[in-house]
Design a protein around this ligand. Structure first.
Ligand code: MG
Length: 381
């Protein structure tokens, strides 16, 4: 079997898909994307695809070596995300070739259901009580919210109190048996994060995500040592070498994104590395259906898996949503807040190719918002 074609599709709301076709008619799908930079990743996929044409798709480990290292310069969001999407598609083809789901090829299932969480509140957290109530009614047992919107470098007494009151209001609706995770999004300075973490601790968040920007990773260890709140990070880390220092710093939850951190091949390794630190895996996935399918395949075969993010109804999904490009939406029908294992081959989803091709004709130009402080200076989003 040989790879004969690699295509990319820029589809709303903000995603990029790739499709690898073989001379035997088997097709695999992947989702190589950096949110807000999809066209840049598309160009990277097109260059990397030169290495795959004419090759046997089943030699995934070797392709991963060539795609990540064969250009001499390596890593970073664009290249690692391009490799990730191609890696999804290669595993999809492998599963279809062997007649098995990817998790079976990776050693078999260790669980039959995967707990997923839902987003509430948007970029500037609002309408939280109403939204958490709706997610509980939809069966979810865990939600995630932003800790703050636009925020000052060191939050004032009022801003600190508001951040804590928002989480307290959500906890009140959830009760003690459900979970809330809080995403700091790297918006607080280390001093601000320390102050807010201290006050959130009595509310027992499942974890606090990106308490610091990735470039401040050298300050994670003292922060982790100073709080009882489990810390999570990883959506802006691109391989196991970048997870080693944050795991050493004492994070509790590793959050590689299947579309950014080198795909299934690398995230399985990151999970194994996390296990040696007693840390759990909670893949980042505010993205599309292929990224989620890849995440679930890893979740089904990873012992130290915690919970899975998914984007159904997330504030970014305006023109299209998680289910828009699937022939059959059953794999993402969450029951009591859990995805259920299927035995479908490959990634376990049936991508609606006609819908994808039609959506690519209009494409998208999604960009991250650029925020400013009141004085006009740049603010972290
Ligand atoms: Mg996040």
């Amino acid at each position: 079997m040989k790879i004969v074609r690699v295509e990319t599709f820029l589809v709303p709301p903000r995603w990029l898909f790739c499709r690898i076709e073989t001379d035997e008619g088997l097709v695999g799908w992947g989702e190589p994307v950096v949110e807000g930079r999809a066209e840049v990743v598309r160009a990277a996929v097109e260059v990397l695809a030169e290495q795959l044409i004419g090759q046997d798709p089943l030699r995934i480990q070797d392709h991963w070596q060539v795609l990540t290292k064969g250009g001499f310069y390596r890593g970073g969001p664009v290249l690692s995300s391009a490799v990730a999407g191609l890696d999804h598609a290669l595993w999809d083809i492998a599963g279809k070739a062997y007649g098995a789901p990817v998790h079976a090829l990776l050693g078999g299932a260790v669980r039959d259901t995967v707990r997923v969480y839902a987003w509430i509140g948007g970029d500037e957290p609002a309408r939280l009580t109403e939204q958490v109530t709706a997610q509980i009614e939809a069966g979810f047992t865990a939600v995630k919210m932003n800790g703050a919107g636009r925020t000052d470098p060191i939050p004032s007494a009022a801003a600190t109190a508001a951040a804590v009151e928002r989480v307290a209001a959500v906890r009140e609706v959830l009760g003690p048996d459900r979970d809330v995770a809080v995403d700091f999004h790297g918006r607080f300075t280390p001093a601000g994060a320390r102050r807010v973490l201290h006050e959130l601790a009595p509310l027992h968040p499942l974890f606090v995500e990106e308490p610091l920007l990735p470039e401040l990773g050298h300050l994670l260890a003292p922060l982790a040592a100073a709080t009882s709140v489990p810390l999570a990070t990883g959506e802006r880390l691109y391989g196991r070498a970048e997870f080693l220092p944050v795991l050493s710093a004492g994070i509790a939850v590793a959050q590689p994104d299947l579309s950014h951190a080198g795909g299934i091949t690398e995230v399985v390794r990151i999970a194994a590395l996390a296990e040696t630190f007693g840390a759990q895996l909670a893949p980042h996935c505010p993205l599309g259906p292929i990224s989620l399918a890849a995440s679930l395949q890893v979740a089904f075969c990873t012992p130290n898996f915690l919970i899975q993010e998914q984007s159904l109804g997330i504030h970014y999904n305006k023109e299209a949503d998680l289910l828009s490009y699937l022939v059959d939406t059953e794999p993402f029908r969450f029951v009591d807040g859990h995805a259920h294992r299927t035995t479908l081959p490959g990634l376990g989803i049936d991508v609606d190719e006609a819908a994808v091709r039609a959506a690519d004709r209009s494409g998208h130009a999604w960009r991250n918002p650029v925020w400013r402080h009141a004085d006009g200076s740049f603010a972290e989003w």
